[in-house]
Design a binder for this molecule. Sequence first.
Ligand code: BEZ
Length: 216
Amino acid sequence: MLGESAPSFNANSTNGTFEFPKDFGNSWKILLSHPKDFTPVCTSEILQLAQMQSEFEELGVKLAIISTDKLESHFEWKQLMEDILIESGHSDHIEFPLIEDDNGRISNKYGMLHAWENPTQDVRGVFIINPQNEIKSINFYPMNIGRNMEEIKRVVVALQISEKDQVLIPVNWNEGDDVLMKYVPYSKQELAVNPDLENQYYKVGVNMWYKKQGVK
Ligand code: BEZ
């Protein structure tokens, strides 16, 4: 559930063994599940993530991928995807781990196995976890629909700004857009002392106070 501590687990992966989330340290983390190695939608998703690795790294985010496949399968699939990346002119290696969960132990802990869809393969889960290892966002997508990785990145940016500046994120927000205030941002007295406040905030309707971005 949102706000809960991310359940911890020990894992074997293409990057060796680790304890999640502890060994990912003080980063943001995204744990993404997928149904099956070598399938077309899953392959397209991992290739996209591989091309966005540096963007996630710049945001202080570490990625981890999980499915109910065996480690041997993960290694073979990873090699195939790295070959595709190089063939298509990308030099990217897949830096993030592909986690083995062939007995579904971890997937069950995270509710990634939806029995009515498929009892043994994960749905497409996205768990965004903050540096304090609290789960901040959960999404599940159907097996036949690939995720929008730009949208996942947008949510990370939104969560980070919301947390850092104590603001709210309005509908259809994109990085650089104005944000919403949690409270009325200034009193009449404060405005009298600092008239520039009127240039930093504006009101829509009765209760939507926006803070202009790019303005101090
Ligand atoms: C795919 O990744 O292509 C896929 C996986 C499971 C079910 C349907 C599609």
